[in-house]
Design a protein around this ligand. Structure first.
Ligand code: NOJ
Length: 529
Protein backbone atom coordinates (compact mmCIF):
# COMPACT_ATOMS: atom_id res chain seq x y z
CA UNK A 1 0.00 0.00 0.00
CA UNK A 2 1.47 3.43 -0.91
CA UNK A 3 2.58 5.30 2.24
CA UNK A 4 0.17 8.19 1.76
CA UNK A 5 -2.87 6.01 1.10
CA UNK A 6 -5.60 6.35 3.72
CA UNK A 7 -7.29 2.96 3.67
CA UNK A 8 -10.80 4.05 4.61
CA UNK A 9 -10.77 7.12 2.36
CA UNK A 10 -8.97 5.89 -0.74
CA UNK A 11 -9.89 2.23 -0.58
CA UNK A 12 -13.00 0.13 -1.09
CA UNK A 13 -14.90 -1.26 1.89
CA UNK A 14 -17.08 -4.37 1.96
CA UNK A 15 -19.92 -5.34 4.28
CA UNK A 16 -20.29 -8.92 5.47
CA UNK A 17 -23.43 -10.28 7.10
CA UNK A 18 -21.57 -12.97 9.02
CA UNK A 19 -24.35 -15.56 9.28
CA UNK A 20 -24.60 -15.57 5.50
CA UNK A 21 -21.06 -15.30 4.17
CA UNK A 22 -19.37 -18.64 4.64
CA UNK A 23 -20.06 -21.57 6.94
CA UNK A 24 -16.87 -23.33 8.06
CA UNK A 25 -18.43 -26.08 10.21
CA UNK A 26 -21.45 -27.28 8.24
CA UNK A 27 -24.15 -26.06 10.64
CA UNK A 28 -25.80 -23.91 7.97
CA UNK A 29 -24.72 -20.66 9.64
CA UNK A 30 -21.85 -18.51 8.44
CA UNK A 31 -19.08 -17.83 10.97
CA UNK A 32 -15.80 -16.01 11.58
CA UNK A 33 -13.68 -18.95 10.42
CA UNK A 34 -15.71 -18.92 7.23
CA UNK A 35 -14.71 -15.28 6.71
CA UNK A 36 -11.06 -16.16 7.34
CA UNK A 37 -11.29 -18.88 4.68
CA UNK A 38 -12.62 -16.36 2.16
CA UNK A 39 -10.03 -13.64 2.72
CA UNK A 40 -8.22 -14.65 -0.45
CA UNK A 41 -11.32 -13.81 -2.47
CA UNK A 42 -11.50 -10.39 -0.81
CA UNK A 43 -7.78 -9.80 -1.29
CA UNK A 44 -8.04 -10.79 -4.97
CA UNK A 45 -10.97 -8.40 -5.36
CA UNK A 46 -8.89 -5.55 -3.89
CA UNK A 47 -10.91 -4.85 -0.76
CA UNK A 48 -9.29 -2.62 1.90
CA UNK A 49 -11.65 -3.04 4.84
CA UNK A 50 -14.56 -5.16 6.05
CA UNK A 51 -17.55 -4.06 8.08
CA UNK A 52 -18.91 -7.16 9.78
CA UNK A 53 -22.46 -7.00 11.22
CA UNK A 54 -22.68 -7.80 14.96
CA UNK A 55 -20.81 -10.89 16.12
CA UNK A 56 -21.44 -10.47 19.85
CA UNK A 57 -23.61 -12.93 21.81
CA UNK A 58 -27.26 -12.35 21.07
CA UNK A 59 -30.58 -14.14 21.55
CA UNK A 60 -31.12 -13.10 17.91
CA UNK A 61 -34.53 -11.55 18.30
CA UNK A 62 -33.10 -9.01 15.82
CA UNK A 63 -30.20 -11.11 14.51
CA UNK A 64 -27.28 -9.71 16.45
CA UNK A 65 -28.73 -6.23 17.00
CA UNK A 66 -29.86 -7.33 20.46
CA UNK A 67 -26.54 -7.79 22.24
CA UNK A 68 -26.35 -9.69 25.51
CA UNK A 69 -22.56 -9.34 26.03
CA UNK A 70 -20.48 -6.62 24.38
CA UNK A 71 -17.11 -8.22 25.05
CA UNK A 72 -17.52 -11.70 23.65
CA UNK A 73 -18.37 -13.54 20.45
CA UNK A 74 -21.58 -15.44 19.83
CA UNK A 75 -20.70 -19.16 19.95
CA UNK A 76 -22.58 -19.76 16.68
CA UNK A 77 -20.19 -17.33 14.99
CA UNK A 78 -16.90 -18.22 16.68
CA UNK A 79 -14.62 -17.20 19.53
CA UNK A 80 -12.41 -14.31 20.58
CA UNK A 81 -9.44 -16.31 19.28
CA UNK A 82 -11.13 -16.39 15.88
CA UNK A 83 -11.39 -12.59 16.02
CA UNK A 84 -7.66 -12.37 16.72
CA UNK A 85 -6.91 -14.69 13.84
CA UNK A 86 -9.24 -12.79 11.53
CA UNK A 87 -7.59 -9.47 12.38
CA UNK A 88 -4.13 -10.98 11.83
CA UNK A 89 -4.96 -12.85 8.62
CA UNK A 90 -6.81 -9.90 7.17
CA UNK A 91 -3.89 -7.65 8.16
CA UNK A 92 -1.55 -9.88 6.13
CA UNK A 93 -3.65 -8.95 3.11
CA UNK A 94 -3.87 -5.23 4.01
CA UNK A 95 -7.53 -5.60 4.95
CA UNK A 96 -8.85 -3.87 8.09
CA UNK A 97 -11.75 -5.10 10.22
CA UNK A 98 -14.62 -2.88 11.35
CA UNK A 99 -17.08 -4.27 13.86
CA UNK A 100 -20.65 -3.20 14.49
CA UNK A 101 -21.43 -1.34 17.72
CA UNK A 102 -25.01 -1.31 19.01
CA UNK A 103 -25.13 1.45 21.63
CA UNK A 104 -28.78 2.52 21.43
CA UNK A 105 -30.14 -0.61 23.09
CA UNK A 106 -29.12 -3.94 24.55
CA UNK A 107 -30.89 -7.26 24.50
CA UNK A 108 -33.45 -7.76 27.25
CA UNK A 109 -31.23 -10.73 28.19
CA UNK A 110 -28.21 -8.51 28.89
CA UNK A 111 -27.20 -8.80 32.58
CA UNK A 112 -27.71 -5.04 33.01
CA UNK A 113 -31.34 -5.33 31.98
CA UNK A 114 -31.92 -8.58 33.87
CA UNK A 115 -30.83 -6.67 36.95
CA UNK A 116 -32.70 -3.47 36.09
CA UNK A 117 -36.12 -4.95 35.49
CA UNK A 118 -38.42 -5.61 38.43
CA UNK A 119 -37.23 -3.07 40.99
CA UNK A 120 -36.97 0.71 40.96
CA UNK A 121 -33.91 0.54 43.17
CA UNK A 122 -31.99 -2.08 41.19
CA UNK A 123 -28.29 -1.37 40.72
CA UNK A 124 -28.47 -1.05 36.92
CA UNK A 125 -31.98 0.46 36.81
CA UNK A 126 -30.91 3.88 35.56
CA UNK A 127 -28.91 2.43 32.66
CA UNK A 128 -32.24 2.18 30.85
CA UNK A 129 -35.06 4.67 30.16
CA UNK A 130 -37.93 4.22 32.64
CA UNK A 131 -41.05 6.31 33.17
CA UNK A 132 -44.28 6.21 35.13
CA UNK A 133 -47.56 5.45 33.40
CA UNK A 134 -49.60 8.40 32.18
CA UNK A 135 -53.37 8.20 32.61
CA UNK A 136 -53.04 4.46 33.08
CA UNK A 137 -51.16 3.96 29.81
CA UNK A 138 -47.68 4.55 28.28
CA UNK A 139 -45.79 7.68 29.40
CA UNK A 140 -46.04 9.41 25.99
CA UNK A 141 -46.97 8.80 22.35
CA UNK A 142 -43.63 7.46 21.06
CA UNK A 143 -44.01 4.61 18.58
CA UNK A 144 -41.58 1.77 17.92
CA UNK A 145 -39.75 1.82 14.58
CA UNK A 146 -40.60 -1.85 14.23
CA UNK A 147 -44.31 -1.98 14.07
CA UNK A 148 -46.14 1.27 14.75
CA UNK A 149 -47.00 0.24 18.31
CA UNK A 150 -46.08 2.00 21.53
CA UNK A 151 -42.34 2.17 22.14
CA UNK A 152 -43.03 1.55 25.84
CA UNK A 153 -43.43 -1.78 27.61
CA UNK A 154 -44.84 -2.10 31.11
CA UNK A 155 -42.71 -3.80 33.75
CA UNK A 156 -45.54 -4.94 36.00
CA UNK A 157 -43.32 -5.72 38.98
CA UNK A 158 -42.05 -2.16 39.30
CA UNK A 159 -45.08 -0.40 37.80
CA UNK A 160 -42.97 1.59 35.33
CA UNK A 161 -42.56 1.41 31.58
CA UNK A 162 -39.24 0.93 29.76
CA UNK A 163 -38.48 2.40 26.37
CA UNK A 164 -37.73 0.31 23.28
CA UNK A 165 -37.46 2.20 20.00
CA UNK A 166 -37.15 -1.17 18.26
CA UNK A 167 -38.44 -4.55 19.54
CA UNK A 168 -39.57 -4.90 23.14
CA UNK A 169 -36.60 -7.29 23.44
CA UNK A 170 -34.30 -4.31 22.73
CA UNK A 171 -34.58 -1.91 25.70
CA UNK A 172 -33.05 1.52 24.99
CA UNK A 173 -30.07 2.57 27.07
CA UNK A 174 -30.15 5.84 28.98
CA UNK A 175 -27.33 7.84 27.45
CA UNK A 176 -27.82 10.64 30.00
CA UNK A 177 -26.28 8.27 32.53
CA UNK A 178 -22.48 8.61 32.85
CA UNK A 179 -22.04 4.95 33.64
CA UNK A 180 -23.47 4.03 30.22
CA UNK A 181 -20.89 6.34 28.62
CA UNK A 182 -18.06 4.83 30.64
CA UNK A 183 -19.13 1.26 29.92
CA UNK A 184 -19.10 1.99 26.19
CA UNK A 185 -15.70 3.70 26.32
CA UNK A 186 -14.51 0.47 27.80
CA UNK A 187 -16.20 -1.63 25.11
CA UNK A 188 -14.57 0.44 22.37
CA UNK A 189 -11.15 0.05 24.01
CA UNK A 190 -11.67 -3.69 24.43
CA UNK A 191 -12.06 -4.23 20.68
CA UNK A 192 -9.54 -1.59 19.63
CA UNK A 193 -6.94 -3.29 21.85
CA UNK A 194 -7.62 -6.50 19.89
CA UNK A 195 -6.79 -4.71 16.65
CA UNK A 196 -10.27 -3.90 15.42
CA UNK A 197 -9.84 -0.87 13.13
CA UNK A 198 -13.09 0.84 13.97
CA UNK A 199 -16.83 0.58 14.32
CA UNK A 200 -19.94 1.03 12.30
CA UNK A 201 -22.33 2.61 14.81
CA UNK A 202 -25.88 1.36 14.74
CA UNK A 203 -28.56 4.10 14.63
CA UNK A 204 -25.98 6.74 15.54
CA UNK A 205 -28.62 9.48 15.42
CA UNK A 206 -30.92 7.76 17.92
CA UNK A 207 -28.90 7.33 21.11
CA UNK A 208 -30.16 10.28 23.14
CA UNK A 209 -33.82 10.81 23.97
CA UNK A 210 -35.54 13.99 25.03
CA UNK A 211 -34.95 14.41 28.74
CA UNK A 212 -38.51 15.57 29.30
CA UNK A 213 -39.93 12.71 27.20
CA UNK A 214 -42.08 15.12 25.18
CA UNK A 215 -44.64 13.71 22.73
CA UNK A 216 -43.53 13.36 19.11
CA UNK A 217 -45.39 15.62 16.67
CA UNK A 218 -47.88 14.27 14.14
CA UNK A 219 -46.73 13.91 10.52
CA UNK A 220 -47.07 16.95 8.27
CA UNK A 221 -46.46 17.75 4.60
CA UNK A 222 -42.70 17.81 5.12
CA UNK A 223 -42.50 14.43 6.86
CA UNK A 224 -40.58 11.79 4.93
CA UNK A 225 -42.18 8.57 3.77
CA UNK A 226 -40.49 6.40 6.39
CA UNK A 227 -41.70 8.46 9.34
CA UNK A 228 -45.10 8.64 7.66
CA UNK A 229 -45.26 4.85 7.72
CA UNK A 230 -44.65 4.88 11.47
CA UNK A 231 -47.15 7.68 11.89
CA UNK A 232 -45.24 10.47 13.66
CA UNK A 233 -42.15 12.67 13.39
CA UNK A 234 -39.32 11.03 15.37
CA UNK A 235 -38.02 14.25 16.89
CA UNK A 236 -38.01 13.48 20.62
CA UNK A 237 -37.41 9.71 20.82
CA UNK A 238 -34.32 10.13 18.61
CA UNK A 239 -32.55 12.75 16.48
CA UNK A 240 -31.59 14.84 19.53
CA UNK A 241 -28.62 17.21 19.18
CA UNK A 242 -26.86 15.70 22.21
CA UNK A 243 -25.99 12.53 20.23
CA UNK A 244 -23.18 14.60 18.74
CA UNK A 245 -21.48 14.87 22.16
CA UNK A 246 -21.32 11.10 22.46
CA UNK A 247 -19.85 10.73 19.00
CA UNK A 248 -17.26 13.44 19.71
CA UNK A 249 -16.25 11.57 22.83
CA UNK A 250 -15.75 8.35 20.85
CA UNK A 251 -13.89 10.14 18.08
CA UNK A 252 -11.44 11.57 20.63
CA UNK A 253 -11.00 8.07 22.10
CA UNK A 254 -10.54 6.49 18.65
CA UNK A 255 -8.03 9.12 17.56
CA UNK A 256 -5.84 8.34 20.57
CA UNK A 257 -5.12 4.84 19.22
CA UNK A 258 -2.18 4.18 16.97
CA UNK A 259 -3.11 3.94 14.17
CA UNK A 260 -6.27 5.94 14.83
CA UNK A 261 -9.42 3.86 14.75
CA UNK A 262 -12.35 5.04 12.65
CA UNK A 263 -16.07 5.55 13.16
CA UNK A 264 -18.67 4.97 10.48
CA UNK A 265 -22.20 5.97 11.38
CA UNK A 266 -25.52 4.54 10.42
CA UNK A 267 -26.87 8.09 10.14
CA UNK A 268 -30.37 7.16 9.12
CA UNK A 269 -31.60 10.71 8.54
CA UNK A 270 -33.13 11.72 5.25
CA UNK A 271 -32.12 15.37 5.43
CA UNK A 272 -28.65 15.85 3.95
CA UNK A 273 -27.81 18.83 6.16
CA UNK A 274 -28.56 16.80 9.29
CA UNK A 275 -26.62 13.82 7.95
CA UNK A 276 -23.59 15.95 7.24
CA UNK A 277 -23.71 17.44 10.73
CA UNK A 278 -22.55 14.01 11.96
CA UNK A 279 -19.07 14.63 10.58
CA UNK A 280 -18.84 17.41 13.18
CA UNK A 281 -18.38 21.12 12.71
CA UNK A 282 -14.67 20.69 13.28
CA UNK A 283 -14.59 17.32 11.56
CA UNK A 284 -14.42 15.82 15.03
CA UNK A 285 -17.24 13.28 14.87
CA UNK A 286 -17.72 10.45 12.36
CA UNK A 287 -15.01 9.65 9.83
CA UNK A 288 -17.70 8.36 7.47
CA UNK A 289 -21.49 8.79 7.55
CA UNK A 290 -23.82 6.62 5.48
CA UNK A 291 -25.85 8.66 3.01
CA UNK A 292 -29.42 7.31 3.04
CA UNK A 293 -30.88 9.93 0.68
CA UNK A 294 -28.44 8.49 -1.89
CA UNK A 295 -29.39 4.90 -1.01
CA UNK A 296 -33.08 5.67 -1.50
CA UNK A 297 -32.75 7.72 -4.70
CA UNK A 298 -33.78 5.84 -7.82
CA UNK A 299 -31.17 4.75 -10.35
CA UNK A 300 -31.57 7.62 -12.74
CA UNK A 301 -29.16 10.41 -13.44
CA UNK A 302 -31.48 13.11 -12.12
CA UNK A 303 -32.27 11.74 -8.66
CA UNK A 304 -28.81 10.40 -7.82
CA UNK A 305 -26.96 13.34 -9.26
CA UNK A 306 -29.09 15.72 -7.21
CA UNK A 307 -28.10 13.94 -3.97
CA UNK A 308 -24.44 13.69 -4.93
CA UNK A 309 -24.20 17.35 -6.02
CA UNK A 310 -25.93 18.52 -2.87
CA UNK A 311 -23.77 16.31 -0.65
CA UNK A 312 -20.65 17.61 -2.37
CA UNK A 313 -21.74 21.21 -1.90
CA UNK A 314 -22.62 20.79 1.79
CA UNK A 315 -19.62 18.73 2.97
CA UNK A 316 -16.77 20.50 4.72
CA UNK A 317 -13.52 20.21 2.76
CA UNK A 318 -12.04 17.65 5.19
CA UNK A 319 -15.15 15.47 5.33
CA UNK A 320 -15.44 12.49 3.06
CA UNK A 321 -18.59 11.05 1.44
CA UNK A 322 -19.78 7.42 1.45
CA UNK A 323 -21.67 5.73 -1.38
CA UNK A 324 -23.51 2.47 -1.10
CA UNK A 325 -26.36 0.75 -2.90
CA UNK A 326 -27.12 -2.28 -0.74
CA UNK A 327 -27.10 -3.36 2.87
CA UNK A 328 -28.76 -5.85 5.19
CA UNK A 329 -31.74 -3.53 5.84
CA UNK A 330 -32.51 -1.71 2.60
CA UNK A 331 -32.01 -4.56 0.11
CA UNK A 332 -29.63 -5.40 -2.73
CA UNK A 333 -28.81 -2.91 -5.47
CA UNK A 334 -29.23 -5.65 -8.11
CA UNK A 335 -32.89 -5.87 -7.10
CA UNK A 336 -33.91 -2.45 -5.79
CA UNK A 337 -32.05 -0.24 -8.26
CA UNK A 338 -31.64 -2.60 -11.20
CA UNK A 339 -34.63 -4.97 -11.14
CA UNK A 340 -32.25 -7.83 -11.87
CA UNK A 341 -31.01 -6.32 -15.17
CA UNK A 342 -27.28 -6.99 -15.47
CA UNK A 343 -26.48 -3.94 -17.63
CA UNK A 344 -27.98 -1.70 -14.95
CA UNK A 345 -26.08 -3.49 -12.22
CA UNK A 346 -22.85 -2.88 -14.13
CA UNK A 347 -23.67 0.83 -14.32
CA UNK A 348 -24.49 0.95 -10.60
CA UNK A 349 -21.16 -0.67 -9.74
CA UNK A 350 -19.27 1.72 -12.01
CA UNK A 351 -21.00 4.63 -10.31
CA UNK A 352 -20.23 3.48 -6.76
CA UNK A 353 -16.60 2.78 -7.54
CA UNK A 354 -15.84 6.00 -9.42
CA UNK A 355 -17.61 8.72 -7.44
CA UNK A 356 -15.55 10.83 -5.04
CA UNK A 357 -16.02 9.05 -1.74
CA UNK A 358 -15.71 5.69 -0.05
CA UNK A 359 -17.75 2.90 -1.65
CA UNK A 360 -19.19 0.18 0.56
CA UNK A 361 -20.01 -2.96 -1.38
CA UNK A 362 -22.32 -5.49 0.24
CA UNK A 363 -21.35 -9.15 -0.02
CA UNK A 364 -22.65 -10.44 -3.34
CA UNK A 365 -22.71 -7.00 -5.03
CA UNK A 366 -19.51 -7.99 -6.80
CA UNK A 367 -21.36 -10.74 -8.70
CA UNK A 368 -24.62 -8.81 -9.06
CA UNK A 369 -26.53 -11.03 -6.63
CA UNK A 370 -30.27 -10.40 -6.49
CA UNK A 371 -32.83 -11.10 -3.76
CA UNK A 372 -34.79 -14.34 -4.07
CA UNK A 373 -38.54 -14.33 -3.46
CA UNK A 374 -39.24 -15.91 -0.07
CA UNK A 375 -42.41 -17.38 1.32
CA UNK A 376 -43.69 -16.35 4.73
CA UNK A 377 -42.61 -19.60 6.36
CA UNK A 378 -39.02 -18.98 5.20
CA UNK A 379 -38.74 -15.59 6.93
CA UNK A 380 -36.51 -15.03 9.98
CA UNK A 381 -36.59 -11.24 10.20
CA UNK A 382 -39.02 -9.91 12.83
CA UNK A 383 -39.72 -6.89 10.64
CA UNK A 384 -40.51 -9.03 7.61
CA UNK A 385 -42.85 -11.15 9.68
CA UNK A 386 -44.52 -8.15 11.25
CA UNK A 387 -45.27 -6.39 7.96
CA UNK A 388 -45.81 -9.39 5.66
CA UNK A 389 -46.45 -9.21 2.73
CA UNK A 390 -45.61 -5.49 2.29
CA UNK A 391 -43.25 -3.76 2.65
CA UNK A 392 -40.77 -6.53 1.88
CA UNK A 393 -38.82 -7.66 4.92
CA UNK A 394 -35.05 -7.89 5.14
CA UNK A 395 -34.45 -11.62 4.68
CA UNK A 396 -34.27 -11.40 0.88
CA UNK A 397 -31.06 -9.38 1.10
CA UNK A 398 -29.56 -11.56 3.84
CA UNK A 399 -29.54 -14.90 2.01
CA UNK A 400 -26.24 -16.82 1.80
CA UNK A 401 -23.38 -15.78 -0.45
CA UNK A 402 -23.36 -17.72 -3.70
CA UNK A 403 -19.85 -19.08 -4.13
CA UNK A 404 -20.47 -22.06 -6.44
CA UNK A 405 -23.38 -23.48 -8.47
CA UNK A 406 -23.64 -26.67 -6.37
CA UNK A 407 -26.16 -27.47 -3.65
CA UNK A 408 -25.19 -25.39 -0.62
CA UNK A 409 -23.66 -22.83 -3.04
CA UNK A 410 -20.23 -23.36 -1.48
CA UNK A 411 -21.66 -21.39 1.46
CA UNK A 412 -22.34 -24.55 3.42
CA UNK A 413 -22.11 -28.30 2.78
CA UNK A 414 -24.62 -29.89 0.37
CA UNK A 415 -26.13 -31.82 3.31
CA UNK A 416 -26.67 -28.85 5.62
CA UNK A 417 -29.82 -26.74 5.84
CA UNK A 418 -28.77 -23.11 5.44
CA UNK A 419 -30.27 -20.74 8.04
CA UNK A 420 -31.94 -18.81 5.20
CA UNK A 421 -32.74 -20.22 1.74
CA UNK A 422 -30.09 -19.80 -0.96
CA UNK A 423 -30.94 -17.79 -4.08
CA UNK A 424 -30.34 -18.92 -7.66
CA UNK A 425 -26.69 -19.93 -7.29
CA UNK A 426 -26.76 -21.78 -10.62
CA UNK A 427 -27.35 -18.47 -12.40
CA UNK A 428 -25.04 -16.30 -10.29
CA UNK A 429 -21.98 -17.43 -8.36
CA UNK A 430 -18.35 -16.49 -7.76
CA UNK A 431 -16.75 -19.63 -9.22
CA UNK A 432 -18.38 -19.36 -12.65
CA UNK A 433 -17.78 -15.64 -12.84
CA UNK A 434 -14.09 -16.07 -12.02
CA UNK A 435 -13.79 -18.07 -15.25
CA UNK A 436 -15.56 -15.52 -17.38
CA UNK A 437 -13.41 -12.53 -18.27
CA UNK A 438 -16.44 -10.33 -18.98
CA UNK A 439 -18.42 -11.22 -15.88
CA UNK A 440 -19.77 -8.72 -13.37
CA UNK A 441 -17.16 -10.04 -10.93
CA UNK A 442 -14.28 -9.19 -13.27
CA UNK A 443 -15.80 -5.77 -13.99
CA UNK A 444 -16.02 -5.07 -10.24
CA UNK A 445 -12.41 -6.11 -9.77
CA UNK A 446 -11.22 -4.09 -12.78
CA UNK A 447 -13.00 -1.00 -11.40
CA UNK A 448 -11.36 -1.51 -8.01
CA UNK A 449 -7.93 -1.98 -9.62
CA UNK A 450 -8.40 1.09 -11.79
CA UNK A 451 -9.34 3.12 -8.76
CA UNK A 452 -6.34 1.82 -6.82
CA UNK A 453 -4.01 2.89 -9.63
CA UNK A 454 -5.56 6.31 -10.21
CA UNK A 455 -5.01 9.18 -7.78
CA UNK A 456 -7.73 11.05 -9.69
CA UNK A 457 -10.27 8.34 -8.90
CA UNK A 458 -9.18 8.13 -5.29
CA UNK A 459 -9.01 11.74 -4.25
CA UNK A 460 -9.60 13.89 -7.34
CA UNK A 461 -12.40 16.44 -7.27
CA UNK A 462 -15.92 15.68 -8.56
CA UNK A 463 -17.26 17.99 -11.22
CA UNK A 464 -20.57 17.17 -12.92
CA UNK A 465 -20.81 17.82 -16.68
CA UNK A 466 -23.68 19.13 -18.78
CA UNK A 467 -25.23 16.14 -20.54
CA UNK A 468 -28.37 15.14 -22.44
CA UNK A 469 -31.21 13.76 -20.32
CA UNK A 470 -30.70 10.25 -19.04
CA UNK A 471 -26.94 10.62 -18.87
CA UNK A 472 -24.91 11.46 -15.80
CA UNK A 473 -21.29 12.34 -16.41
CA UNK A 474 -18.62 13.81 -14.18
CA UNK A 475 -14.97 14.60 -14.21
CA UNK A 476 -12.67 13.26 -11.51
CA UNK A 477 -9.51 15.24 -10.91
CA UNK A 478 -7.32 16.09 -13.89
CA UNK A 479 -7.64 13.19 -16.28
CA UNK A 480 -10.68 11.03 -15.67
CA UNK A 481 -14.26 11.35 -16.94
CA UNK A 482 -17.07 8.94 -16.12
CA UNK A 483 -20.16 8.82 -18.36
CA UNK A 484 -23.16 6.71 -17.42
CA UNK A 485 -26.12 6.35 -19.73
CA UNK A 486 -28.90 5.47 -17.29
CA UNK A 487 -31.55 5.29 -19.97
CA UNK A 488 -32.75 2.96 -22.71
CA UNK A 489 -31.77 5.29 -25.58
CA UNK A 490 -28.36 5.62 -27.14
CA UNK A 491 -26.92 9.12 -26.68
CA UNK A 492 -24.02 11.03 -28.15
CA UNK A 493 -21.74 13.08 -25.92
CA UNK A 494 -19.68 15.93 -27.35
CA UNK A 495 -16.30 17.29 -26.30
CA UNK A 496 -14.99 14.09 -24.81
CA UNK A 497 -11.71 12.64 -25.88
CA UNK A 498 -9.22 10.15 -24.53
CA UNK A 499 -9.05 6.41 -24.07
CA UNK A 500 -11.72 4.16 -22.61
CA UNK A 501 -10.09 2.74 -19.50
CA UNK A 502 -13.16 0.62 -18.73
CA UNK A 503 -16.57 0.08 -20.26
CA UNK A 504 -19.38 -1.64 -18.39
CA UNK A 505 -19.81 -4.32 -21.08
CA UNK A 506 -16.02 -4.53 -21.65
CA UNK A 507 -16.42 -4.25 -25.47
CA UNK A 508 -14.88 -0.84 -25.64
CA UNK A 509 -11.96 -1.11 -23.22
CA UNK A 510 -8.93 0.55 -24.82
CA UNK A 511 -10.91 2.36 -27.57
CA UNK A 512 -9.73 5.84 -28.48
CA UNK A 513 -12.26 8.61 -28.51
CA UNK A 514 -11.80 11.77 -30.49
CA UNK A 515 -14.15 14.58 -29.51
CA UNK A 516 -17.52 12.79 -29.49
CA UNK A 517 -18.69 9.43 -28.29
CA UNK A 518 -21.94 7.51 -28.44
CA UNK A 519 -22.93 5.68 -25.29
CA UNK A 520 -25.34 2.77 -25.60
CA UNK A 521 -28.44 2.20 -23.46
CA UNK A 522 -27.40 1.36 -19.86
CA UNK A 523 -23.75 1.63 -20.74
CA UNK A 524 -21.01 3.32 -18.73
CA UNK A 525 -17.52 4.43 -19.69
CA UNK A 526 -14.50 5.56 -17.72
CA UNK A 527 -12.42 7.73 -20.02
CA UNK A 528 -8.85 8.79 -19.30
CA UNK A 529 -6.89 11.47 -21.11
C1 NOJ B 1 -30.17 -0.78 12.29
C2 NOJ B 1 -29.66 -2.13 11.90
O1 NOJ B 1 -28.95 -2.02 10.70
C3 NOJ B 1 -30.87 -3.02 11.80
O2 NOJ B 1 -30.57 -4.25 11.19
C4 NOJ B 1 -31.42 -3.19 13.18
O3 NOJ B 1 -32.60 -3.96 13.11
C5 NOJ B 1 -31.75 -1.83 13.81
N1 NOJ B 1 -30.71 -0.87 13.62
C6 NOJ B 1 -31.93 -1.97 15.29
O4 NOJ B 1 -30.70 -2.25 15.90
Amino acid sequence: MPADKVWWRDGVLYQIYPRSFSDSNGDGIGDLRGIIERLDHLGWLGIDGLWINPVMPSPNMDWGYDVSDYKAVDPELGTLEDVDELVAEAGQRDIRILFDLVPNHTSDQHPWFRDAIGSRTARYRDLYVWADPKEGGPPNNWLSVFGGESAWELDEASGQYYLHNFLRHQPDLNWWNDQVREEFDDILRFWFDRGVAGFRIDVAHAMIKDRELRDNLPVDDETDERARRIGQQPIYNMNRPEAHEVIQRWRALSDRFDPPRILVGETFVLDLGKMIAFYGERNDELNLAFNFPFVFASLDGGALRKVVDETESLLLPESWPVWTGSNHDVGRLGTRWCEGAEDRTRCALMMLLTLRGTPFLYYGDEIGMVEPELTKDQLRDPVGLRFWPEPRGRDGCRTPMQWTPEKGAGFTTPEATPWLPIGDAGACNVADQRHEARSVLHLTRALIMLRASSPDLQTGSYEPLETPQGVWAWRRGERVTVALNLSSQEVTLEDLSGEVALSTNRDRDGDRIGDRVSVGPWEGLVIQT
